[in-house]
Write a protein that binds this ligand. Structure first.
Ligand SMILES: [Mg+2]
Length: 237
């Protein structure tokens, strides 16, 4: 069992990463395709069906704390129970990363968080996967994680990385930002953001709470329909 102690590592970072607002003030309307799928009740399966977990990094699995003294240097503080969480995910799901950070920064975080286990990730996506123009990429452009982009890309591969067809019934996005998940909101689990305040408070156990929640969700035939009626945020504390 992993200790609940925070682990810190100094890694040089490009500081031009985005600063994303977290409000959902211009939430898009949901597609007919999506509304249709979430209207179909989920069945509790005896054996879990294959599912894909898409992980956010900063604020979900770690916190990047900028050092005051040196430019472009960050502390990366890993969230408590991170190893237990990663091992659980790889034992039960296909797992990929999708971060709004730049590829070079994502690589650093992935190396630190996953170590040798990063080979098990079916994909690692970064800021270059949002279809931004060069200008948008360089600015603090707000990014929405549209799962359609992932479904189209991964389902069209000749040799499917996940070995099953992805859709709203079997895809789970874990992200502390509600803004970023607004196009398929019922496919998202929102942990409390792992930020400066949470680090200072200590005692964070969001990742163990997600494991408990996923133990139920993994048996669902339609995760979007199930999570719409039983969101993670309604969990018993
Ligand atoms: Mg985040």
């Amino acid at each position: 069992m992993e200790s609940n102690q925070k682990r810190i590592c100094n890694v040089p970072f490009d500081i031009r990463d985005e600063k994303i607002t977290t409000d959902v003030k211009d939430a898009a309307s949901l597609s007919t395709f999506y509304l249709n799928i979430i209207s179909k009740p989920s069945i509790n399966l005896t054996s879990p069906s294959p599912k894909l977990i898409i992980l956010d990094l900063n604020g979900t699995l770690c916190f990047r704390k900028k050092k005051k003294s040196k430019n472009k240097i960050y502390h990366i503080i890993l969230r408590p129970f991170i190893n237990e969480f990663i091992n659980y995910l790889f034992d039960n799901f296909s797992v990929m990363i999708w971060s709004t950070s730049r590829p070079e920064n994502v690589d650093k975080m992935v190396n630190l968080i996953f170590g040798d286990q990063k080979e098990k990730l079916v994909a690692v996506w970064a800021r270059d996967k949002f279809g931004f123009t060069n200008e948008e990429y360089e600015r603090d452009t707000k990014a929405i994680k549209d799962l359609d982009i992932i479904w189209k890309a991964l389902n069209s591969q000749t040799e499917s990385t996940t070995k099953f067809m992805l859709d709203p019934t079997n895809t789970i996005l874990i992200d502390d930002s509600r803004y970023k998940t607004q196009l398929q909101p019922f496919n998202a689990i929102h942990p409390r953001g792992f930020d400066r305040e949470r680090v200072r408070e200590g005692g964070d156990s969001e990742l163990t709470m997600i494991i408990k929640y996923l133990e139920v969700v993994k048996h669902q035939s339609n995760v979007a329909a199930y999570m719409k009626d039983n969101p993670f945020t309604d969990r018993i504390q």
